[in-house]
Design a protein around this ligand. Structure first.
Ligand SMILES: *[C@@H]1O[C@H](CO)[C@@H](O)[C@H](O)[C@H]1NC(C)=O
Length: 442
């Protein structure tokens, strides 16, 4: 019966009822779901039901299907299916470990371990090892989240030295910490890859799940939400503000121009590395109005290189130049001989936007109540591309001092940037004069 409720086109699953999809995930003695199906359904099923509900139902079905009424036969059959269930749960815990931050998921995992232990020593041991790896991974995540929170707290402290531009001479500037654009780009790449590595694939989808009327576990999602994804977007904003702060802060025009030139070189190195996210953050910082209005400063800068980079990241025609460059970097990555050539760090906000519009642009359910699985394949395709990029190990040496500076040095707020900018080059027209009057150092 379940087969009747699954529709295929050219051998590819296009739609099915939720029940049939759940059944399709359940291993039996002579069936194990296709890997790409497992990933796609585990990723997107959260649009329709809570991961905990899915796990309970899959485990229950897997156990129940072995029941024949004959205790001995049941035991033999469960022994045959147990390794497959372990394999499924292993794929789940390794690809979506954050689902197991929910206690109920952990309890279900424990129950299954007990259940498996009755039949098969080997599977029981595999369950134990899987659980150990999962706990390790979750504790690394906890440490990462605490570390990011601590760094953000340091960055939020606003030392007196930043409160007025005259006094800010005491704050070291970026050039005193690192004056080599290639090294700085390498350290930015470390930060990007570190933060990317903690984003769970489900975070892209979880954002939509919260809006789904079928979602009735709002508490869980509100608590867990998409925090690593948000932390990563915050990093992008921080880098833009850092670039703008470094440029607006120096008292001397010559010094400001030197910093602009330095960041253009850093942006160029980011481009060469394939770090499009830092590249875009730097360009965004340079285009913030407190920076772009510094006409006298810019007149001292050779902007040829910057214009080429801006052209690469030009939003027109749906970022077509950038998309071409990203494809180039992806191809380089696929045939890479060194880990440096493997690096692809997408402009992240655009990736999120693409996935968002993909989700908004077509219905998750068809008129007959079936789930539109074509859409889920497409979501999975985009997210799995991200997973390949995420797993690159950053090959560069870490420089702790530079890294520390990049993530913790205080940056100006928007108002402070404007004030610093007016102190560098006074208001030019009445609008700027009004704007200058409305601002105060706080
Ligand atoms: C922009 O391009 C992406 C990738 O090709 C596509 O998924 C998206 O739908 C496009 N957006 C618009 C508004 O055309």
């Amino acid at each position: 019966a379940s087969h009747n409720s699954m529709c295929y086109h050219d051998n590819s699953l296009v739609s099915a009822s939720l029940e049939a999809l759940i059944q399709h995930l359940v291993p039996t003695v002579d069936y194990y779901p296709d890997r790409s199906y497992v990933f796609t359904f585990l990723l997107s099923s959260r649009l329709f039901l809570h991961p905990y509900e899915l796990m309970t139902r899959v485990c229950h079905l897997c156990v129940e299907q072995q029941r024949s009424g004959d205790a001995l036969l049941d035991k033999i059959r469960f022994r045959e299916v147990a390794p497959k269930l372990v394999q499924l749960l292993t794929e789940w815990t390794e690809t979506f470990p954050y689902d197991f931050r929910d206690e109920r998921m952990m309890r279900c995992l424990k129950d299954m371990t007990h259940h498996v232990a009755r039949g098969d020593e080997y599977s029981w041991r595999a369950m134990q090892q899987m659980t150990q790896r999962l706990i390790k991974r979750l504790s690394a995540l906890g440490q990462y989240e605490e570390a990011v929170a601590a760094l953000n707290a340091v960055a939020m402290e606003r030392p007196a030295s930043l409160k007025s531009k005259q006094a800010s001479g005491q704050r070291s500037d970026v050039l005193s910490v690192c004056d080599d654009p290639f090294i700085l780009a390498q350290q930015l790449t470390h930060i990007e890859l570190d933060r990317l590595s903690f984003i769970g694939p489900e975070e892209f989808i979880q954002t939509f799940a919260m809006k789904d009327p079928l979602e009735n576990h709002k508490g869980f999602f509100r608590k867990r939400k998409t925090s690593n994804l948000e932390a990563y977007v915050n990093w992008f904003n921080r880098l833009s503000y850092l670039v703008a702060t470094e440029i607006c802060m120096p008292v001397k025009k010559k010094h400001r121009a030197r910093i602009i030139e330095f960041f253009i070189d850093v942006a160029q190195e980011c481009f060469n590395i394939g770090n499009f996210n830092s590249l875009m953050a730097i360009i965004t910082g340079m285009n913030m109005s407190p920076v772009s209005r510094l006409k006298k400063t810019w007149s001292k800068v050779n902007t040829d290189k910057f214009e080429i980079l801006e052209h690469q990241m030009d939003p027109s025609s749906n970022f077509s130049n950038y998309r071409t460059a990203l494809r180039g970097a992806t191809q380089r990555s696929e045939t890479a001989h060194s880990s440096q050539e493997k690096i692809v760090i997408p402009f992240f906000s655009l990736l999120i936007k693409d996935i968002y519009f993909l989700n908004e642009g077509c219905a998750s359910r068809l008129a007959n109540g079936h789930i539109n699985f074509e859409k889920l394949w497409e979501l999975a395709k985009q997210v799995s591309e991200f997973l390949v990029w995420r797993q690159v190990i950053c090959p560069f040496d870490r420089d702790r001092r530079i890294l520390q500076y990049l993530v913790t040095t205080p940056v100006f707020s928007e108002d402070e940037l404007h004030l610093a900018s007016y102190e560098s080059e006074g208001p030019e027209n009445n609008m700027e004069k009004d704007s200058r009057r409305s601002l105060r150092w706080v």
